[in-house]
Write a protein that binds this ligand. Structure first.
Ligand code: GTP
Ligand code: MG
Length: 424
């Protein structure tokens, strides 16, 4: 087995950040590092006075990190901040150890969990875009060693340029491949939309139990694990509600606070697919010590994506391990409908299914159409809609239907056509 990497973790924080917030943020960073299977040998939390454009933290603080690094001799120093290439290079020079920043850390976790071709390509692209402005850092020592003719470009510099051009070319070919995959997916999505089934998307903070819920409800076997970002793709499954209504349920990539923008972009199309559903469900983890913050992050992410109005239900999951009763009662009084569940103990699942049914039904109406006897409507019934009963009278029959409200004009026009053709 590969030996566990030993890490010195640096979590810079601002003086004004409160103690609890800071503690929780640190906890999250530690679980990100943990998800990668790294071992934290020491953690330093320098206070940021003002951002230093050369080394991000102050020069004295950087020196302190170097001293601690020297005594622990870690494989890697992880900074819980997104560093510019310049800051990273300067810090590496002062500290003398390889540095990984928050963006690279999260990209690495995503890389470990990417299974589909699309997710793998998106990450390869994100990684290359991350590396491109940093090549010079990697090549700097090399070019210094070689020296070079004064005034002419050093061989290191030339190499950097060459590498950059190759990277550009490679990114371009990845983009072309991604375009192809997206077109195929778009076609599939359109097909699903045509099927007119009501659909729900599970969203929420990473590790809240979205995949576990999808598996329990639909008997699927999406990977559900106690690690961050276990899911990176969107999975869609059929679900039969208690009243016999069929709907679609999708599971997608989870959210986290301060998700680097490169990754938000990389996964925006995966998310879009999920968010094109009829309604959105937010899944929260009641065992999370700051479950209200995870709700806020989810809310603002959905708002940014213009999809928050679609939220119809908040599932308060992991009820078997409630961490904070006050947060729980505050969440219960959100202006959105809530259901409390535990996937682990399979509790609250009937209530959840009933809530989904009621939400679905709000979109449905009961309608009656009068048709000449013998002219059925059956062959025109769209997926998810239902003929409930038929009253046969002397010359007419009355068809009682339950259908999507948006489908009413469609049926009305068919009934008109049938009547017209009967008259002629
Ligand atoms: N105690 C408890 N654990 C749960 C419950 N539901 C899910 N889990 C556990 O929580 C962990 C995360 O579950 P997932 O279903 O992978 O969570 P997710 O929201 O899909 O996470 P990402 O895909 O990483 O965004 C797993 O270890 C589950 O077994 C629950 O009701 N109670
Ligand atoms: Mg998942």
């Amino acid at each position: 087995m590969e030996e566990e990497k030993r890490v010195l973790l640096v979590t810079p924080h601002r003086a004004k950040e409160g103690g609890r917030r800071e503690y929780l943020k640190d906890r999250e960073t530690r679980s990100l590092v943990d998800t990668l299977g790294y071992h934290i040998v020491m953690q330093l939390s320098p206070t940021l006075k003002e951002e230093n454009r050369n080394t991000y933290i102050g020069p004295g603080q950087a020196g302190e990190v170097r001293d601690v690094a020297l005594s622990y001799d870690p494989d890697l120093v992880i900074f819980d901040s997104c560093l510019t290439p310049r800051e990273e290079k300067n810090l590496e020079e002062v500290i003398g150890y390889e540095i990984m920043d928050r963006e690279s850390l999260i990209i690495s976790i995503f890389e470990e969990n990417a299974h589909s071709k699309e997710a793998k390509l998106e990450l390869e692209k994100a990684r290359l875009e991350y590396l491109k402005p940093r090549i010079q850092n990697r090549n700097a020592s090399y070019s210094q060693q070689r020296g070079g003719v004064r005034g002419a470009k050093g061989s290191g510099e030339r190499e950097t340029e060459l590498l950059r051009r190759n990277i550009d070319r490679y990114i371009f070919s990845i983009e072309r491949e991604l375009e192809k995959i997206k077109r195929q997916r778009e076609a599939k999505r359109k097909e699903r939309e045509r099927s007119e089934l009501f659909s729900f998307a599970l969203t929420g903070y990473t590790n809240s139990g979205k995949s576990s819920l999808l598996n329990l409800l639909t008997g699927s076997d999406v990977l559900a694990e106690d690690k961050l970002f276990a899911t990176l793709d969107t999975t869609v499954r059929r679900l039969m509600l208690p009243g016999g209504q069929e709907v679609l349920l999708s599971d997608t990539v989870g959210f986290v606070s301060d998700l680097p923008h490169s990754l938000v972009n990389a996964f925006s199309s995966t998310l879009e697919e999920a968010l094109s559903s009829t309604k959105i469900i937010i899944v929260l983890d009641l065992s999370h010590p700051d479950v209200e913050m995870t709700y806020e992050v989810t809310k603002s992410t959905l708002e940014e994506l213009g999809a928050f109005e679609k939220v119809a239900l908040v599932v308060l999951n992991k009820a078997d391990q409630i961490d904070n009763d006050i947060s729980y009662s505050r969440l219960l009084s959100l202006p959105i409908r809530t259901v409390t569940t535990s996937v682990k103990e399979k509790s609250g699942i009937d209530e959840l299914l009933n809530a989904l049914e009621e939400i679905t039904m709000e979109d449905y109406g009961n309608y009656s159409f009068t048709l000449p006897l013998g002219k059925g409507l059956w062959e025109y019934v769209r997926k998810g809609d239902l003929i409930k009963s038929v009253d046969y009278q002397d010359i007419d029959m009355i068809v009682h239907m339950r259908c999507r409200k948006s489908n009413f004009p469609y049926y009305a026009s068919i009934v008109e056509k049938i009547k017209a053709s009967d008259r002629t």
